[in-house]
Design a protein around this ligand. Structure first.
Ligand SMILES: Nc1ncnc2c1ncn2[C@@H]1O[C@H](COP(=O)(O)OP(=O)(O)OP(=O)(O)O)[C@@H](O)[C@H]1O
Length: 250
């Protein structure tokens, strides 16, 4: 059974139609990469799946783990196991990282009828996850992303993902702004999450991330649609040839 099935998805931002009949299926255990020219609709796809305000789905369907995703509000989507790592992670002044993550995880646990973790249990759990990503206690105590460098914000997104253990993680350019060491740390963090019951959708501009996080499938998104799909070799081909072929064909 598929974990995510997107059929003929159409979405508008403002008055502009961005997604124009997008089809994509992810099965549990798979890693898919989406590449494509600037403005093609990659982030719009991520936001439409997450249910962000201002991104209006005007047609098509999305089934997530057997349920109608588009019927759910954004927090329900998250509690059901959808996670979106932002291209531009937001700063949340006044809210410590630890507090933010504890609330997010406990909301999810409540949703699934599980007992909440208390402060001590959670801090122990969080420290273990943070250490894997090279993040220290001081960073966890700071307000979420406030004053973090671009690369630290991306690590923090990866930390949120590893704490929430989603069924489907959508990573929107998680590699941008990372130096080569941080890229490896983040890719290792994502690789640790690979599992037979989870799928990962990676939006990226660069083949280099895919050297560390090897996808099962690569898709080209151009002008609001998936116009070509293949295996990892497609990413190499795109790096060499660019998107000209797809832009004119779209
Ligand atoms: N609020 C908005 N109002 C009008 N147009 C918007 C708005 N937000 C996004 N768009 C437009 O939607 C189109 C798709 O944007 P999107 O961010 O999904 O592209 P992308 O494929 O992720 O691009 P990039 O590779 O540059 O990140 C762009 O042309 C963008 O200008």
């Amino acid at each position: 059974m598929s974990l995510l099935e997107i059929k003929d998805l159409q979405a508008t931002v403002g008055e502009k139609q961005i997604l124009k009949g997008l089809n994509l299926t992810l099965r549990p255990g798979e890693v898919h990469a989406i590449m494509g020219p600037n403005g093609a609709g990659k982030s719009t796809l991520g936001y439409s799946l997450a249910g962000r305000d201002g991104y209006e789905v005007t047609g098509g369907s999305v089934t997530f783990d057997g349920k109608d995703l588009l019927e759910m509000d954004p927090s329900e989507r998250a509690n059901e196991g959808l996670f979106l790592a932002f291209q531009y992670p937001v700063e949340i002044p006044g809210v410590a990282g630890t507090t933010f993550l504890k609330h997010a995880l406990n909301a999810k646990r409540r949703h699934h009828g599980e007992e909440e973790l208390d402060g001590l249990e959670f801090v122990k759990f969080l420290r273990g996850k943070a250490k894997e990503l090279g993040m220290n206690d001081e960073m966890l105590k700071r307000p979420v992303n406030v004053g973090f460098s671009g690369g630290e914000k991306k690590r923090n997104e990866t930390l949120q993902m590893s704490v929430l253990e989603p069924k489907l993680a959508v990573l929107d350019e998680t590699d941008s702004g990372l130096d080569i060491d941080a890229l490896r740390v983040v890719a290792d963090g994502v690789n640790r999450l690979r599992s037979p019951d989870r799928a990962i959708l990676v939006i990226t501009h660069y083949q280099r991330l895919l050297d560390y996080l090897v996808p099962d499938f690569v898709h080209v998104l151009a002008d609001g649609k998936i116009v070509k799909s293949g295996d990892k070799s497609l990413a190499l081909e795109l790096e060499e040839k660019g998107y000209a072929e797809f832009v004119s064909a779209a």
